[in-house]
Design a binder for this molecule. Structure first.
Ligand code: ADP
Ligand code: MG
Length: 293
C-alpha cells in the first residue's frame, strides 16, 4: 500500500517540511518544464494592508470604509481581511449584513443599513451597470501602476470609493524563481488580479510571463491550455480558487499555510509555505527518483 503522505528524501525532506502524497508523484517532478505560480499568498505574502481610501465628491472615507468593512467582515479573502480590520480600527462595531453574496474572483455584495453595497473589481461594477467616475478611475490606475490592488466600493447605484490595498512580495520569491529556472522550469505568474498589478509583482520576482484577470474557474483552463501546448505543468498555489488547477496540473504543490482545499488537491505540500522550498522539493524529488530507480 502507498502511504498517503511521506517525506521526500526522508531526512532532508523532513527538515525542509515537504510532504508528498505518494511515490507516483516523483516522476512528474522530473518531467515538469513549466511552473505556474499563483500570485496572492504564493509569490506574495497575501497579508494585505489598506493604504488609502479614495472617495468621490460627497462621500467620506469613514462612510466608505464602514460599509465596505461590514461587507468584507463576512469574507475570508485576504483583501476582505485587510478592509474589515482597517474598518474596525477606525472605531465602532461594524453594522450587520443581509443577503450577503460572495462572487468568487470578483468581490462581495450585500445589504448594509438598507444600502445595497458592492465591493470588488471593476468587472463586478460593470455587472451592475456601474462605472467609476473619472477621478476615481484615475486613482485606481495610479494605484495599479504602483503594484497595488484597487477595489471599488459602490452603494445605492453609484461607485463612490476606491480602496488601495498593498500586498508585499515574499522575501524569498525572487531567489525561488531563480532556482526554479536553474532546474529548467519556465515560471508563469497566474492571478485573478489586474494585469498592471500582476506585471509589477512579476517584475519584482523576476518572472517574464503573466496571465492575469483570470477567474477562479478559469485557472484550470489555463493549466489545460499549457498542457495542450505540450508542456508538463507544475503549479504552486494556496487558495480555494487554486484547488482545481492544482489537481489538473501534472504536479500540484500546495502551500502548507494555505487552505485545506489546496492542500487536499496538491501532490506535494510545502509545510511552511515558502516558495524557496518548491525548488528544493523538485530537486530532492528528482534525486529520490534516481535513488529508487
Ligand atoms: P488571486 O488569483 O490573486 O489569488 P482572486 O481570484 O482571489 O486572486 O481575486 C481576484 C480579484 O478579485 C482580486 O484581486 C480582487 O480585485 C477581487 N476580489 C476577490 N474577492 C474579493 C473580496 N472579497 N473583496 C474585494 N475584492 C475581491
Ligand atoms: Mg492565492
Amino acid at each position: 500500500a502507498t502511504p498517503t503522505a511521506l517525506l521526500v528524501g526522508t531526512g532532508r525532506g523532513a527538515q525542509l517540511g515537504i510532504l508528498i502524497k505518494g511515490p507516483e508523484v516523483l516522476e512528474n517532478t522530473r518531467r515538469a518544464d513549466t511552473i505556474v505560480l499563483d500570485k496572492t499568498g504564493t509569490v506574495t505574502t497575501g497579508k494585505m494592508t489598506l493604504l488609502a481610501v479614495h472617495t468621490a465628491a460627497g462621500t467620506t472615507e469613514d462612510e466608505a470604509l464602514r460599509l465596505a468593512g461590514a461587507l468584507e467582515h463576512a469574507s475570508e479573502h485576504p483583501i476582505a481581511r485587510a478592509v474589515a480590520s482597517a474598518a474596525a480600527e477606525r472605531g465602532g462595531a461594524l453594522p450587520a449584513v443581509e443577503d450577503f453574496v460572495n462572487v468568487p474572483g470578483l468581490g462581495v455584495q450585500g445589504v448594509v443599513e438598507g444600502h445595497a453595497v458592492l465591493v470588488g473589481r471593476e468587472r463586478l461594477l460593470a455587472d451592475w451597470a456601474l462605472a467609476l467616475p473619472a477621478a476615481l478611475a484615475e486613482a485606481r490606475a495610479a494605484a495599479e501602476e504602483r503594484g497595488r490592488t484597487a477595489i471599488a466600493v459602490a452603494w445605492d447605484g453609484e461607485a463612490r470609493a476606491v480602496l488601495e490595498i498593498a500586498d508585499a512580495i515574499k522575501p524569498t520569491s525572487a531567489e525561488a524563481v531563480r532556482r526554479l529556472r536553474a532546474l529548467g522550469l519556465t515560471p508563469i505568474l497566474l492571478t485573478g488580479d489586474n494585469e498592471r498589478v500582476a506585471r509589477a509583482v512579476a517584475a519584482e520576482a523576476g518572472i517574464d510571463e503573466v496571465i492575469a484577470e483570470v477567474l477562479p474557474e478559469d485557472k484550470v483552463a489555463v493549466v489545460r491550455r499549457l498542457q495542450d501546448e505540450g508542456r508538463t505543468v507544475a503549479m504552486v498555489g494556496d487558495g480555494v480558487n487554486d484547488a482545481a488547477a492544482l489537481a489538473t496540473a501534472d504536479l500540484g504543490l500546495a502551500m502548507g499555510t494555505g487552505t485545506d482545499a489546496a492542500i487536499e488537491a496538491g501532490d506535494l505540500t510545502l509545510v511552511r509555505g515558502d516558495l524557496l522550498v518548491a525548488a528544493d522539493a523538485i530537486r530532492l524529488s528528482r534525486r529520490t527518483l534516481r535513488t529508487i530507480k
